[in-house]
Design a protein around this ligand. Structure first.
Ligand SMILES: NC(=O)c1ccc[n+]([C@@H]2O[C@H](COP(=O)([O-])OP(=O)(O)OC[C@H]3O[C@@H](n4cnc5c(N)ncnc54)[C@H](OP(=O)(O)O)[C@@H]3O)[C@@H](O)[C@H]2O)c1
Length: 216
């Protein structure tokens, strides 16, 4: 089912750029926005007319679905600052609540039993809906495994609101993956770093839909 949703990627760092390239590969129109308009313009020059570069505040107004590819600690602030324009919109949250540790690895920066998805949901503007998605793989795998053949790789997602499943699944398909719903936001922890369904957790790799469903 085609939902005709307008997608914006906010933040064109490692993940934002890969999601942009994956959407461009399937000829999906989207807005690319960053605090630096030069970065957005540069990406549009590279990926072509399918990309509409823009300022963040304009993108928030225009889009139906916003992929917030910005650091975990910035998401609550962003939702608060843009609350009025985010009413009723779909927020895609790829964030992992981690920071570098003393041994060259990563450590979780929230309590072990908490998830970024549940924390960010507390900042949701009125009638906005949140899906935890696009953060299950590292940027390298998210690029390398997109549009994989013969069997697409899976991307897990979680949301409390099943009414947005069609939009989230369409978005994931357009980025070159098979969507696999893990449940509501209480399941976010499973698809964040160190979770049992994350590339940098017990799962440890990309999986196909069949393998993914056997793990849920
Ligand atoms: N990297 C990965 O492999 C990976 C994998 C899964 C999930 N994630 C998650 O994806 C998100 C992005 O990670 P990343 O590695 O892409 O980070 P990144 O390379 O540091 O890029 C972050 C982007 O967010 C922008 N930004 C920061 N604060 C902002 C704000 N308040 N408002 C608007 N834009 C802001 C930055 O702009 P400036 O350049 O102006 O600072 C930059 O363009 C994080 O939540 C991360 O946990 C990352």
């Amino acid at each position: 089912m085609k939902t005709n949703s307008k997608v914006a990627i906010i933040g064109l760092g490692n993940i934002g750029k890969v999601v942009a390239a994956n959407l461009a590969h399937s000829n999906t129109n989207f807005i690319a926005a960053d605090r630096s308009i030069a970065k957005a313009n540069e990406l549009a020059e590279k990926l072509g007319a399918i990309v509409q570069p823009g300022e963040i505040s304009a993108a928030v107004k225009q889009a139906d679905i916003l992929i917030l590819s910005i650091p975990f600690g910035e998401i609550g602030i962003f939702l608060h600052e843009h609350a009025a324009d985010l009413e009723g919109k779909i927020i895609v949250d790829p964030s992992n609540p981690i920071a570098p540790d003393e041994n060259g690895g990563f450590k979780k920066i929230i309590a072990a039993e908490k998830s970024a998805g549940e924390i960010n949901a507390e900042f949701l503007p009125k009638n906005a809906k949140l899906a935890k998605a696009m953060g299950t793989l590292g940027a390298g795998s998210l690029g390398a495994a997109a549009h994989q053949k013969p069997e697409a790789a899976a991307l897990f997602y979680a949301t409390d609101d099943q009414s947005i499943d069609p939009q989230i699944e369409e978005l994931i398909v357009n980025t070159g993956f098979e969507p696999v719903r893990v449940g509501n936001l209480t399941q976010s922890i499973r698809i964040e770093v160190f979770g049992d369904l994350h590339e940098f957790g017990a799962l440890g790799k990309t999986v196909t839909r069949t393998e993914a469903q056997s793990k849920i």
